[in-house]
Write a protein that binds this ligand. Sequence first.
Ligand SMILES: [Zn+2]
Length: 288
Amino acid sequence: MKKILTIVCTILLLVACKEVPKKDKEVVSKERKKPEVKLYTFSGGTVLVNNLELFSQDTTYHGQSKEFADAFYVIQHPKGNLIWDAGLPEGLVGLSQPFTSPDGNFTVSRKDSVTHQLSSIGLAPKDFKYIALSHTHFDHSGHANVFKESTWLVQEEEFNFITSEESKKTDNYKAIKDLNKVKKLHGDFDVFGDGSVVIKSMPGHTPGHQTLFVDLAEHGPVLLSGDLYHLYENRRHKRVPSFNFDVDQTLASMEAFEAFAKEKNAKVYIQHQKEDFNKMPKAPEYLK
Ligand SMILES: [Zn+2]
């Protein structure tokens, strides 16, 4: 009898323990309720890297070539839309054959314009509150000027770099020159103020390079790499491309990125890695 009583008491105690006090329950449900954020992935073209050796400080990739994806993304949040990166230049659309850069390093192509691509999800450029680029290289800023009514979220360092007298002579400058509504950032930026979409300052590839954290309610947290890494191998071995702005800064950003990914338990998607691009549902499908 004593034994039975003990068992009954134990069960009662366990049930009692499971009951969360009402006040705590409210806190828990408030914390768990994430805003409805959707992540759409689009193709901004293809980059065939004819000289992969550029993507390391040493000769590791000597003689190799590789096809890169060139993705851009739409983040739909109840408070507005953000476009992350802007693909390859739209001048490539409709060319009869891919374009090879004069130095022979890259062969690039793009099949469709952003306005036409966005129409597949019922949006137009004017529907975007924000545009943010991981950085201002040509394969990330292609259709940026289309978003001149949106606010450009850019690190001040990147803004100063791309609007310098020297940069003003380049096509990279021309790709962003119509973006006149500028919000200059100084480090990380919580885009909608609820922690669900956060720009992470990760300098090194360029002076104001950044990555994007998106906390999706069903899929879970996601980190879009920008060009912090171009390849799985570069992430694994912490390899820095030969053309990066600052090697030490890049390595420090890699460390900060990995620590943040671990803290948030975020899935990392390397934007140029074709396998990661292929994993994503393509618009009009989306992750949420
Ligand atoms: Zn790139």
